[in-house]
Design a protein around this ligand. Structure first.
Ligand SMILES: Cc1cc2nc3c(=O)[nH]c(=O)nc-3n(C[C@H](O)[C@H](O)[C@H](O)COP(=O)(O)OP(=O)(O)OC[C@H]3O[C@@H](n4cnc5c(N)ncnc54)[C@H](O)[C@@H]3O)c2cc1C
Length: 440
């Protein structure tokens, strides 16, 4: 039976508490409060936090504490009813959604308006062994695991007498040289360098390999900045192999598409994303793994259903014929338009189309280096580092998290990264299945 037991005259259910869902809920609270309307907002989310994903590479690199990138929903959205659960399916006709709690109990919730913002998951492609032996970078568990795996392998290598086995433990492969993979390898390199210096061996003994099928690193930031990033990576001892990917992975070696065999126990797979698996259960039209919506973020033929963020193929009105890329920049702004248009659907204000011109990217590449192209201005080195850090501090949506991150940045100028191995996340907890819900 659907849960219809409340006094509110309507209920808006939002699925997912990422950038789009969080910004939608926050803006809706303001609009409804101003209009004095008693409409309940229910946020269905498996976690009680919004994750600031752009700083996950810093978590993997041991620079930032994972708690600092987790924005508490209870504190940020006090008016919203949190339903800590996973949305499994939607009945469009009866306007209900079935959710499953972490204790595996299922129930139905009725809705008058539904906002679908379940984001995306890592795209695995069909490479043998990746699902079993590689790890992604979309969740706190995955970021923490990558840090711990690197430190664990480095410690095991120190005790290894066989030079070949030692080198395998001292080898890290990152697949995907877009901004997330490139930031990740830069941060892991910095962590490994700190480790080597403190243990008294040459950091170049730790091998880092970055692979991508593309011809350049980070095509998103353009040729000039991409080349600067490439130079810095090479200077720091990262081998970059372009137009090359992974053909096969086992627990102790990676076979590359050019036939090279790389003995390793640490492989990160950061090759792009596709819409959340729950979208496939809806029976709605999809484009490139994302839900089709119109420029008002409405799902066609379902006037009470909206979608945005990585989960939706939102028409890019600044580039006719294209859809907006899956970035936080778009997801957060789409969240606000979702709020406005859902409010319009319940009779408050007017709806608007989503239109946003990309403002550029900031990419942190470890100690004293970043590249950024805010509003088309190309920056690299320390100026880009300052802009990158300032941007994150501005964009993190809660003051206490901002403070914690600024203090970390400050401390980091005079101290080195902590190397303690906490053993908090098991390989299974950080697997694509457990961590991101990808089941093949
Ligand atoms: C490592 C990394 C670095 C990045 N850096 C940047 C950057 O610098 N700049 C930038 O613009 N973008 C960046 N991005 C991209 C950005 O994170 C995404 O575009 C953005 O998070 C999309 O927001 P969203 O709200 O659509 O989805 P998400 O933020 O992914 O949120 C989706 C939410 O839905 C929840 N969910 C999923 N399925 C269900 C379900 N069935 N039921 C209930 N809840 C569900 C998830 O748990 C999650 O909380 C980065 C991404 C990564 C992984």
């Amino acid at each position: 039976m659907a849960d219809t037991s409340d006094k509110a005259d309507k209920r808006i259910v939002i699925v997912g508490s990422g950038f789009a869902g969080f910004c939608c809920a926050k803006r809706l609270c303001k609009i409804l409060a101003r209009a004095h309307r008693d409409i309940e907002i229910v946020l269905v989310t498996p976690n009680d936090y919004m994750l600031y994903t752009p700083l996950l590479p810093d978590v993997a690199g041991g620079l930032i504490d994972p708690r600092f990138v987790a924005i508490s929903l209870a504190d940020s959205l006090p008016r919203v009813r949190l339903e800590i659960a996973t949305a499994e399916s939607v009945d469009m006709e009866n306007k209900t959604i079935t959710v499953t709690s972490p204790q595996q109990t299922s129930r139905e919730i009725s809705w008058d308006h539904l906002v679908l913002t379940p984001g995306s998951v890592t795209r695995l492609f069909d490479v043998s062994g990746v699902a079993e032996h590689a790890h992604g970078l979309k969740t706190v568990a995955e970021a923490l695991y990558l840090r711990e795996q690197l430190l664990r392998q480095l410690e095991l290598a120190d005790r290894e007498d066989d030079p070949e086995l030692r080198q395998a433990r001292r080898t890290v492969v990152v697949v995907g040289a877009s901004y997330a993979g490139t930031e990740l390898i830069a941060q892991l390199r910095a962590l490994a360098d700190d480790y080597a210096e403190r243990r008294g061996f040459d950091p170049s003994e730790i091998r880092f390999l970055l692979l991508d099928t593309a011809e350049r690193v980070m095509p998103e930031v353009g040729e000039r900045l991409g080349d600067k990033a490439l130079q810095v990576l090479k200077k720091r001892g990262v081998e970059v192999r372009l137009e090359t990917s992974l053909q096969k992975l086992t627990d102790d070696q990676a076979v590359l598409t050019d036939g090279t065999i790389v003995p390793t126990h640490t492989v990160a797979w950061v090759t792009g994303v596709t819409g959340s698996p729950m979208l496939g259960t809806l029976g709605l039209p999809m484009e490139r793994g994302r839900l089709v919506v119109d420029d008002h973020l409405r799902v066609p033929s379902h006037p009470h259903v909206f979608a945005g963020g990585d989960a939706a193929a939102v028409p890019d009105l600044t580039k006719p014929g294209k859809i907006t890329p899956p970035t936080a920049q778009h997801a957060a702004r789409q969240g606000k338009i979702l709020a406005r248009n859902v409010a319009a659907a319940v009779g408050i204000g007017t709806a608007a189309p989503y239109k946003h011109r990309d403002m550029g990217l900031v990419v942190d590449l470890g100690p004293r280096f970043a590249v950024a192209n805010p509003l088309g201005v190309h920056l690299s080195g320390l100026p880009a580092k300052a802009v990158t850090r300032a941007y994150h501090l501005y964009a993190v949506p809660r003051a206490v998290n901002r403070w914690a991150i600024s203090l970390t940045y400050l401390t980091n100028t005079v101290t080195r990264r902590p190397l303690a191995l906490l053993g908090l996340v098991s390989p299974d907890e950080a697997s694509f299945g457990s961590s991101e819900g990808i089941h093949s």
